[in-house]
Structures are given as C-alpha cells and as structure tokens.
Design a protein around this ligand. Sequence first.
Ligand SMILES: C[S@@+](CC[C@H](N)C(=O)[O-])C[C@H]1O[C@@H](n2cnc3c(N)ncnc32)[C@H](O)[C@@H]1O
Length: 387
Amino acid sequence: MDSLLCGRLLAAGNEVLGLGDLFTGLCLNIDELLDNRRFELMWHDVIWCMLVPSMDSPTHSGYIDPWDHEALDYRGLSDRDGVLVKPDGSGYPVRGGVARFIGRDPLDDWILKCIGVVRATEGPTQSQASVESFGFQWNWDSNPRTEEDLLWRVATRFGLDPAVFSDKRVLDAGCGAGAQSEFLAKAGAQVSAVDLSSAIDVAARRPELRDARLAQGDLAHLPFANAAFDIVYCEGVLQHTAATEPILAEFSRVLVPGGMLLATHYLRPEGVLRTACWVAHEGLRSLAKRLPREWLFLASGVAAAAALVPGLGWPLRKTLVPTNVRMPTLKATWSNVYDSYGQHEFQRHLRLDEYFGAVRAAGFTSVEQPGAEVAPWRKKFDGDRTP
Ligand SMILES: C[S@@+](CC[C@H](N)C(=O)[O-])C[C@H]1O[C@@H](n2cnc3c(N)ncnc32)[C@H](O)[C@@H]1O
C-alpha cells in the first residue's frame, strides 16, 4: 500500500482502508491521511502498532516488556517493532529489533510524534562523521574476521576459555557488525549489544542474535539498568570515543559487583621506530580523513592490495598498512586499512599508566593484562559498586 495512492483515492471520494506496510515507504502526506475521516489504517503484520492512538482494536495495544528494564515500558505489536516509553513520557523507537536510543531517522521521529512521545535526548558523544564512517565500514564488510581470529580476540588473548561466557549476561559494547556478539551468543551468553552506527542493523540481521537485546546508542549513556551484566566486553572501541573515563564509569555502573570487564585500548607505542611509524600514520590519517569517502576507500583498497604483494609489500606491512595474519584476505585487509585511516573523529592512544589509572578510577579493583598487542585487558570488579 502506498500513502500517496491513498491520498489520490480519498481525493476521488473513496473510503480507504490502509493495510499493513503502508509506512515502510514514503509517507509524505501522512498527516492529511490521518486527519481524513474516510481513512482508516489496520496492521496485520510486524508493523508499528502505536501509530494511530485513536484506533483501539486489541491488535493495536500489545504490551510487551522484552527489556526487563527498570526505567522503560515497551509498547509494540511485536518484539521487533514498537516504542520504549519512559515514565516521564519521553521515549525511543524500536525498529527492526533494535532500540534506537540515538539516531535521527525521519521515520522514527515521525512515529514518536504520532503517538505523542517526545524523544529522550541523551547523547550522542560522537560526531556524525564517525557514525557514518563506521556505519559504512561495517555495512560494506560485515564479516572480516575468521573463526580463528574471533576465538583469539574474544577469549584466548584474555586467557579465557569461551565456556566462561555460558549463561552469563554479556554486553558487547560497540559491537560493530556483531561478529563478536555472535561468537558470544554461540558460547552460550545472553547477549546485549550496543553500537552508535548503522552497523547495529547488520548485527540485527544475524540469526544467532535474534534473541539478543540490541540498541543503537551511545556507550557514554548506556540504556541499561545498574548491575545488569556479568561481563562487559568492549573490543576496539574505547580509543574511538571522545573520552575513556565516562564510558568506563558506565561499564562499572552496569556490571554486577564482582563482574568482569574485558576491554582493549590503543596504547602509545614504545621505542623510536614504533613511535616514528605511529607519528607518520597519525599524520597521514589526519590528511586522509579529509578526503571524500570514496577516495579514502579506494586508496585503502590500493594500499591493502600493495601490502599483500609477497616480498614487495613487506615495508608497507611493517610501517603504515595494518595487516592481520588471522584475517589474511584482501577484503579483510582493505577493511582494516579503512578502519585505521577512516573518517572517524577520534583515534586516541593512551600510556599504560593512564589506562590503568582510568580503569581504577572507575572502580575496578583488580586489573590484569594477560596479553600484549593492542592492550587487551581483563579487569575484575569486586566489592560494592557506587554508581
Ligand atoms: C573499530 S569498530 C569495532 C567494532 C567491534 N567491536 C569489532 O571489533 O568488530 C568501533 C565501533 O565502535 C562504535 N562506537 C564508537 N563510538 C561509540 C560510542 N560512543 N557509543 C557506541 N558505539 C560507538 C562504532 O560505531 C564502531 O562500530
């Protein structure tokens, strides 16, 4: 059904009953349609059910609370589409199985307007350029990681067996396209995942995450209750945020006492050569990120291909082009290169003691570094937690 066609039918004097997916297309004339007494709307599928409050058919007043959340009610026809409403009357849409705590999709805004809910205003603490760059990257390559890489990334380097995740409530903070959330779900975790960008929609399409709680939101304003998780997992994200401390404080808040944080952060390199490479890389990035996205993307592909040339690519691999032996394909390397030079705003490197300090300041009492590389950290959080 098309809303413009409805308008034309009404103009011709007909009575119109709109069925189903009317609003999955353009809804330019929706206010006029809803004002017209000869127009009625009926839902028969997984479609927004709260759009027209005056329609009080039982099928339009489902009440579900899939979030088990202290502060929010869920009103929707299905668990994948609806609206989360706060007691103060503000709220957030849920679309495609993802609660939208940030984002400015016109359809979301329109839906909230229709049901008289004001969008809650927290966040985001990221620039739109970062959000779009990450969204582009993860939509282009949603599966750069091999099984071997996932096992190493999520478990082995933290000195953990994947069995540790079984039956645990785990938050994948900054989940990107959700490959690691999927790994966690397969390991038996009850997964919740948050990302700021449209990468969360890629995650939402993974069948293994069908039961996961997915949110498009900002890590600095996590949409979860205190002590909601046993483990917070945050891989490759903190360095890309505006500031590490507020996010660590949020992780601390949502973890149970004794819960565990697994989080990585880029560290400042040590030694003259490594420092020189890093300075050159960051200098190049500050220029590259000003390029139009298509150019930067193309240049990343060329650099990735050059770095993979046996022998000749060696100097590139050792200096400016990040490669990963566990993700050896051209596409994965291309994705990595784009990730390291991309248009995201922040790419911060901390000193080890700064990172330790930030973690302790957030209330984590036992801090371990079981591996090397990009600073994988395992942090246990004991005792009473003061949010
Ligand atoms: C380099 S990607 C890592 C994704 C994933 N953890 C992985 O390793 O495959 C960084 C992700 O963090 C997300 N991100 C950055 N800042 C964020 C913030 N403030 N809140 C939520 N997500 C954020 C980006 O959208 C992006 O998907």
